[in-house]
Ligand binder design. Structure first.
Ligand code: GAR
Length: 221
C-alpha cells in the first residue's frame, strides 16, 4: 500500500537545521511529505537559503513590519492557507502565537522544543538543565496548544547528561536527536498513524498515556 503524501508548511526563524533534516528525509524517500512553503519571521536567515536550494518556495514575513502580534498572525494565516497544508511544522519558529492562530490550526500544528517537556519551557533550556543538575535531558515533539511550549506530547528523545557536558555539547547532541525524531513524527502523520483528539494523542489508534520515547536509537512506546 503506498503512503499518501502530506502537505506541510514549515515555519522557521533561524538556521533551519531541522528544516534541512525534513528536506533530506523527503529527498531520501523516508518522509512522504510535500514541503509547500517555508516561511521565516526573520529576513536573511540560513533556513531561507536551505529552502531555496531545495527549490521550495520561501517567504519572509518580518514581524517587525507589523503593528501588533494579531496583525502578524493574521497575515501569516493568509500566507499559510494558500498552500492548504495538512500540517504546520514549527521548526525553530521563535514567536509566541496568538490564541486565534493556535485555534485556527488546532490539531494540525507540531513544534519541537529542546527539553523533556513539561520541564524547561521557554528559552535557554540547556543551561537551565545543567543548572538544575538533571541526569537526563532531551527534546520533545508536541502538538501546539495556546500554552507556551505546552500541548499534547508525542515523542521525546532522551539523552544522558554527563558530568563534563556544556551547553554546546548538549546542544550538539540534542540537535542530532531532533533531526531524527522530527521527520519520524511527521512521517507518522503522513502514514495516518498519528492523531490528536481533545488533547489526547493516538499512535496507531492507541492513546499515548505518556509521550513515546526515543532512547539510544530505539523507539519505546
Ligand atoms: C531547535 O533546537 C529547536 O528545538 C528550538 O530551536 C532550534 C532551532 O534550530 N526550538 C525552540 O526552542 C522552540 N521553543 P534550527 O533552526 O537549526 O532547526
Amino acid at each position: 500500500m503506498s503512503t499518501p503524501s502530506l502537505n506541510i508548511v514549515v515555519l522557521i526563524s533561524g538556521s533551519g537545521s531541522n528544516l534541512q533534516a525534513i528536506i533530506d528525509a523527503v529527498t531520501a524517500g523516508q518522509l512522504h511529505a510535500n514541503i509547500k512553503a517555508v516561511i521565516s519571521n526573520r529576513p536573511d536567515v540560513k533556513g531561507l537559503e536551505r529552502a531555496l536550494s531545495a527549490n521550495i518556495p520561501a517567504l519572509t514575513l518580518d514581524h517587525k513590519q507589523f503593528d501588533s502580534r494579531e496583525a502578524f498572525d493574521q497575515q501569516l494565516i493568509q500566507e499559510i492557507d494558500q498552500h492548504q497544508p495538512d500540517l504546520i511544522i514549527l521548526a525553530g519558529f521563535m514567536r509566541i502565537l496568538t490564541d486565534d492562530f493556535v485555534k485556527h490550526y488546532n490539531g494540525k500544528m507540531l513544534n519541537i522544543h529542546p527539553s523533556l517537556l513539561p520541564e524547561f519551557t521557554g528559552l535557554n533550556t540547556h543551561q537551565r538543565a545543567l543548572d538544575a543538575g538533571v541526569k537526563q535531558h532531551g527534546v520533545t515533539v508536541h502538538y501546539v496548544s495556546n500554552e507556551l511550549d505546552g500541548g499534547p506530547l508525542v515523542l521525546q528523545a532522551v539523552i544522558d547528561v554527563n558530568e563534563n557536558d556544556t551547553v554546546e555539547s548538549l546542544q550538539q547532541r540534542i540537535h542530532q536527536q531532533e533531526h531524527i525524531i522530527y521527520p519520524m513524527v511527521i512521517e507518522w502523520a503522513a502514514q495516518q498513524r498519528l492523531e490528536v483528539i481533545d488533547q489526547q494523542v493516538y499512535l496507531d489508534k492507541q492513546p499515548l498515556e505518556n509521550p513515546a520515547k526515543w532512547i539510544n536509537n530505539q523507539l519505546i512506546n
